[in-house]
Design a binder for this molecule. Structure first.
Ligand code: GDP
Length: 460
C-alpha cells in the first residue's frame, strides 16, 4: 500500500447507476480539495447543498450534498470529505478527473479501512467485523458483526490481557525477591487461582466458537440419495420457498445445484449431489459419485431423500434392502441427519414415522405438491440455528480461536511452573498475553493484514 500522506478518493456506495452515489475523500488535503470543488469552506459535520465544479473551467459537474469530518473524529482518523451526488458514470468520471487534477489519487481496495486501523480508529477484530457486516446476509450475521464492530471481542480480549497482568505481578515480584523464604508457595496461592479462572473463561469462549463461526460462515447441507428420488425437486422447492436468499452474489458460479437459505438467521447452502448408486455405470458417473460422497462427508448436515412410493418400509431401507440405497449410502448418515420420504402424494399407505425409533429425523414430504415442506423447513431451521446466539463476544474466526488456544497452552505451562520456577511461569504468562494480543492486532498485526484485507473492495 502507498504512503499515508496521500489524499485518496473512491466511491463508497455500490457500483452501477443509482439515485445517489457517495464519494469519499480522505487525507491531509481532503478539506482543501473539497473547498476547491465547491467554492466555499464546508463547516465540520454540517451537511451543505453544493454545486461541485470542475476546477479547470468552473463548469458544474453535479449538485449534491457535501460533508466534512475533520480528523481525528472521522472514519479513517484523517480529514474526510463526503459527496453525495447523482449515481451516474458521467458524474463519476468528471469527479474523478477533477479530484485527480486537485492532487488526490484513487484509493486501493480496503485503503480507507487500513488507514482507520493504522490511526487506531478500529482494531483488527473490528476490521474483520466490518468486513463481516458488509458481507452479512442474515439477521444473525448482521447482529454478530455489529456486536464485534462495537468492540465486544476487543474489550473481552483486552480484559483477558489485564487479568493476565494481574497474574504476572506477583510472579514478577517473586523474581525480584528470589531469596525470601516461602515466596513460591505464597505466589502459587495467589497466581494459581487467577490462572485457573482465566483458563476457564477462555475455554468457555473456545467451546462457543463453533456456533459463533457457524453464524459467520453458515452451514452446509448435502442432499443425497438415489437417482430419481426427487433430490433436485426438493432443492428447487427449497429454493422457491420463503427462506430462500435470492440475491445474486458476484463470482459464485457453481457446477452443482445449490440453494442458499436463511434458516432462522443462519445462512445455509443446500447442495444437490449427483445420484449415489450402488455401482457406478461408467467413469464419469463414478467421478460424480465420488464427489457426492465427499460433499456429503464434509457437510454439516445430510438429507437422505428416498422415493416413498417405491420403498416399501423403513425396515427395508435401513436394512440396505432398497435398490440404489446401499449400505455405503446409509453409512454417510450421522445421528441427527434427516431422512426425507419424498413423493408422499404417490404413496398408497401412510408411513408410520412417529412411532419410529430412529437416530435420524424422518419426515414425509412431496416436493411436487409442497405437502410437508413447511415442516421440513422448520426442522432445518431448528437444526441450523441450534446453539447459535449473538450475545456477548465471539471468536468468529479460526484466527481468534488459534490465539486463544495458544494462550491456553501457555497458561497450562505457567500453572505447572508456578511453584518450581516462577520466572518461567512469568514468561509463560507473558506469552499468553502476547497470544491474546493477536486478536485485536496489538501483536503481530502485519502478519495477518494481507489475508484480512484481501476480502475488502475499493471504497471500503
Ligand atoms: P433426483 O434424480 O433425485 O434429483 O430426482 P428429480 O428431482 O429429478 O425427480 C425425479 C422424478 O420424480 C421427476 O420426474 C420428478 O418430477 C419426480 N418427483 C420428484 N418429487 C416428486 C414428488 O414429490 N411427487 C411426485 N409424484 N413426483 C416427484
Amino acid at each position: 500500500m502507498s504512503s499515508q500522506t496521500d489524499t485518496i478518493f473512491a466511491r463508497a456506495s455500490g457500483a452501477g447507476k443509482a439515485g445517489v452515489s457517495v464519494y469519499r475523500i480522505s487525507g491531509p488535503d481532503a478539506a482543501s480539495i473539497l473547498r476547491s470543488l465547491v467554492g466555499k469552506p464546508i463547516v465540520n459535520r454540517e451537511a451543505a447543498y453544493v454545486a461541485v465544479r470542475d476546477p479547470a473551467d468552473g463548469s458544474v459537474i453535479d449538485r449534491g450534498l457535501a460533508l466534512l469530518f475533520e480528523g481525528p473524529k472521522s472514519f479513517t482518523g484523517e480529514d474526510v470529505a463526503e459527496l453525495s451526488l447523482h449515481g451516474s458514470r458521467a458524474v463519476e468520471e468528471a469527479l474523478y478527473d477533477a479530484l485527480t487534477r486537485l492532487g488526490a489519487r484513487p484509493a486501493e481496495a480496503g485503503e480507507f479501512t487500513l488507514r482507520a486501523l493504522k490511526n487506531g480508529k478500529l482494531d483488527l477484530a473490528q476490521v474483520e467485523a466490518l468486513a463481516d457486516l458488509l458481507d452479512a446476509e442474515t439477521t444473525l450475521q448482521r447482529k454478530q458483526a455489529l456486536g464485534q464492530l462495537d468492540g465486544r471481542l476487543s474489550e473481552a480480549a483486552e480484559g483477558w490481557r489485564k487479568d493476565l497482568l494481574a497474574v504476572m505481578a506477583p510472579l514478577e515480584a517473586d523474581i525480584d525477591f528470589p531469596d525470601e523464604g516461602d515466596v513460591p508457595a505464597a505466589v502459587a496461592a495467589r497466581a494459581g487461582p487467577a490462572i485457573a479462572a482465566l483458563k476457564e473463561s477462555l475455554t468457555t469462549f473456545l467451546n462457543q466458537s463453533v456456533s459463533a463461526r457457524k453464524i459467520r460462515e453458515g452451514v452446509s447441507i448435502a442432499v443425497i440419495g438415489p437417482p430419481n428420488a426427487g433430490k433436485s425437486s426438493l432443492v428447487n422447492a427449497l429454493a422457491g420457498s420463503d427462506v430462500a436468499i435470492v440475491s445474486d452474489i458476484a463470482g459464485t458460479t457453481r457446477d452443482i445445484i445449490e440453494a442458499r437459505l436463511d434458516l432462522g438467521g443462519v445462512l445455509a447452502t443446500v447442495a444437490d449431489t449427483a445420484g449415489l448408486r450402488g455401482m457406478a455405470g461408467d467413469v464419469i458417473e463414478e467421478e460424480g459419485v465420488k464427489r457426492a460422497k465427499k460433499r456429503a462427508e464434509n457437510a454439516d448436515m445430510r438429507v437422505l431423500v428416498v422415493d416413498a412410493s417405491e420403498v416399501g418400509s423403513r425396515e427395508m431401507l435401513f436394512a440396505g434392502d432398497v435398490e440404489n440405497v446401499p449400505h455405503e449410502t446409509l453409512a454417510l448418515l450421522q445421528p441427527d441427519d434427516l431422512v426425507v420420504w419424498n413423493k408422499s402424494d404417490r404413496r398408497v399407505s401412510e408411513l408410520s414415522l412417529e412411532m419410529a425409533h430412529s437416530p435420524y429425523t424422518e419426515l414425509s414430504v412431496s416436493a411436487k405438491t409442497g405437502a410437508g415442506m413447511a415442516a421440513l423447513v422448520q426442522v432445518l431451521k431448528e437444526k441450523a440455528a441450534e446453539g447459535a446466539n449473538t450475545e456477548g463476544p465471539a471468536l468468529t474466526r479460526a484466527r481468534h480461536a488459534a490465539a486463544v488456544e495458544e494462550a491456553l497452552a501457555a497458561l497450562t505451562r505457567a500453572e505447572a511452573n508456578i511453584t518450581r520456577a516462577p520466572e518461567l511461569a512469568a514468561e509463560d504468562a507473558r506469552l499468553a498475553a502476547r497470544a491474546l494480543g493477536k486478536i485485536t492486532g496489538a501483536v503481530g498485526v502485519e502478519d495477518v493484514l494481507g489475508e484480512i484485507f484481501s476480502s475488502f473492495c475499493i471504497g471500503k
